[in-house]
Design a protein around this ligand. Structure first.
Ligand code: AGP
Length: 611
């Protein structure tokens, strides 16, 4: 949450910063700001609301910004204090000379603020961040050295932070420092960059230096020094990243979400080629790292949040029977506050698209402290969560820009299928799953079939946009997919949508059904198909409007349904891989019909780096 950028070099600083912030908008979009260091004077420009407002402000003041050679910028997802200009970053010291941007939460800010106020520092915002500015400023006034002041100040902070800091009298550097919040340095020629994430650097440089917790980067125009908190210089390796500007372009689609939905067949094909080069062979690890002693594992726990949690529930449905080991799925935010029974006989698997979700990282940290074996599934191999285990399975979905997860969810499912098969084959020391593996190969083409004609899904999505309440119902392996469908439509269309185990309807939720409600049964032929149909009858009898998603052709004309979208039939265990597409598309078309800001829904951010 929140994106930060910094730049020192000869190019137009404000342009570089605004461009960087544009590519970090997925991290928050409540307010934004930039600060420039121009001839020993700090200029701060801030705007509330979308980044476009800051662009407008910039357009007015452009000439004043022309001579600056260093600057920092921020895009905010509000935690402490509303999305006002006062609370927007950058925050500045009382003498106007020291300025900083922050991503994270300073937990002991109240106590520090009290002390600083008693010492005469004047606060202008409700943020935790402003405490850090005055704290560093207090230290600076004692030592007159920005690097030393920052080192002294961060030792007094509790919580998570990534900071970029500038001082009007130290025009040759920007200081960057992090603890439990992401921050990278982009290395250019006679210019250097700081950013929360790679998209801010795409098109600027492909040379990256990763900062670890409590490492301090002193970023000059010509070079970067990295030190520990004792002041020792560290030897850091510069890595090359492969992202091209296309990954952050909409490529002609109206929204990133639609582009990312359409990328799914190609992503799945690539994943299968890598891990299941031939259906007849055992699942291959390719270049993923996995060192698990399954003989020691007595229980498996998945920890994740949101969409990633739904992927975990789908894995539970297959892994328990494939591995014959009990599997539980726990929301990371619950895991971290419950009595922890995890031990050396537990395998704990963290799933996180971003790899920066605070709750999931804490859950994994706790599991590690309890000596559990760990596996991490993430779309970002360079993310914070990967520091806790060498067993990292990359999702390989490519950068996902839309806040609503789509292609990363499908890639999580794919990774969970092949990892579950891999572990099962290891456990039993034999080649298994031949029919399933063969069928997996068919799925990318079947996805393309669904994507080739969106007219029915679009029409149904537009109809759904008229309802105030939508019930997604399903059983078995389709229940988590229904949960994901409900989350998707809720987060981008703001319609109240909830998923229920269809057998649970009659135990309460059925009281809410009437002619103004929509019910979406998610049906896959298999063990519980007929049972779910009976639950649809119960809903129909209460006059609910029933819009089915099914893989049974017969459902197209069934009198039970007001409308039905039929997708190709595959084995029940694999059906979530196909069914996720129409559910994502229904949400997309409903939200588009309502004119919502699909890629940046209100109140949300893509990486939830606070508890
Ligand atoms: C997905 O559409 C959501 N935006 C959200 O639920 C997300 O899945 C959740 O915050 C977890 O994120 P992660 O996978 O990056 O950990």
């Amino acid at each position: 949450m929140c994106g930060i950028v910094g730049y020192i070099g000869n190019n137009a600083v404000a342009d570089v910063l605004l461009n960087g912030l544009k590519n970090l908008e997925y991290r928050g979009y409540d307010s934004s700001g930039i600060a420039l260091n121009d001839n020993h004077t700090i200029e701060v420009y801030k705007a509330s609301g979308k980044l476009g407002n800051l662009y407008q402000l910039y357009a007015k003041h452009q000439p004043q910004m022309a001579n600056a050679h260093q600057g920092i910028g921020h895009i905010r997802w509000a935690t402490h204090g509303k999305a006002t200009i006062e609370n927007a970053h950058p925050h500045i010291s009382n003498d106007g000379k020291l300025v900083l941007v922050h991503n994270g939460i300073i937990e002991n800010y109240k106590e520090l603020r009290n002390k600083l106020e008693n010492q005469g520092f004047v606060f202008h915002s409700e943020t935790d961040t402003e405490t850090a500015v005055h704290l560093i400023d207090r230290e600076y006034k004692l030592c007159h050295n920005l690097e030393t002041a920052v080192i002294r100040a961060i030792k007094q902070l509790k919580g998570a932070f990534a900071f970029c800091i500038m001082h009007a009298d130290e025009t040759d550097k920007i200081i960057a420092v992090r603890k439990n919040a992401p921050l990278i340095i982009g290395i250019g020629k006679d210019e250097n960059f700081i950013a929360s994430d790679i998209p801010a650097l795409i098109g600027k440089t492909n040379q990256i230096l990763h900062l670890n917790d409590e490492e301090i980067a002193i970023v000059h125009k010509s070079h970067v020094e990295v030190k520990d908190t004792k002041g020792n210089t560290l030897n850091k390796t510069i890595e090359k990243i492969e992202f091209s500007p296309e990954v952050i372009s909409k490529a002609g689609y109206k929204h990133f979400m639609l582009k990312e939905i359409n990328e799914q067949p190609a992503i799945l094909r690539k994943i299968l080629q890598k891990h299941l080069p031939k259906a007849e062979d055992r699942v291959a690890l390719a270049d993923s790292k996995l060192n698990i002693d399954l003989s020691q594992v007595r229980n498996i726990t998945f920890v994740a949040c949101g969409t990633s949690l739904h992927a975990a529930y789908i894995a539970k449905a297959t892994w328990e029977k494939w591995l014959n080991i009990p599997v539980e799925v726990v929301a990371a935010s619950e895991f971290i506050y419950r009595y922890n029974l995890t031990d050396e006989h537990s395998l704990v698997i963290g799933i996180s698209q971003s790899g920066e979700t605070a709750d999931t990282i804490t859950a994994i940290k706790q599991a590690k402290e309890h000596n559990a074996q760990l596996i991490i599934l993430t779309n970002r191999e360079d993310s914070s969560i990967t520091h806790y285990s060498a067993n990292v399975i990359p999702l390989e979905a490519g950068i996902e820009v839309s806040v609503a997860a789509t292609k990363s969810f499908m890639a999580q499912l794919a990774a969970l299928y092949w990892t579950g098969m891999y572990l099962s084959e290891q456990k039993d020391n034999q080649n298994k799953f031949l029919p399933l593996k063969r069928e997996l190969y068919e799925i990318p083409a079947l996805m393309e079939e669904i994507l080739s004609d969106l007219s029915d899904i679009k029409r149904m999505g537009e109809k759904l946009s008229k309802f105030k309440q939508i019930f997604y119902i399903a059983r078995g392996i389709m229940l988590p997919i229904a949960m994901e469908g409900a989350l998707k439509i809720k987060e981008i269309s703001y319609i109240n949508a909830n998923a229920y185990a269809s057998g649970e309807l009659k135990h309460g939720p059925i009281a809410l059904l009437d002619k103004d409600t929509a019910v979406i049964p998610v049906l896959a032929q298999g063990a519980v198909y007929e049972k779910t149909l009976s639950n649809c009858e119960e809903a129909k009898a209460r006059q609910a409007n029933i819009f089915a998603l099914s893989n049974n052709d017969k459902d197209k004309e069934a009198a039970l349904f007001d409308e039905a979208i039929i997708i190709p039939e595959v084995a029940e265990d694999l059906s979530p891989l196909l069914m996720c597409l129409p559910l994502q598309l229904l949400a997309y078309f409903a939200a588009d019909e309502l004119g919502r800001e699909i890629d940046q829904p209100r109140n949300l951010a893509k990486s939830v780096t606070v508890e």
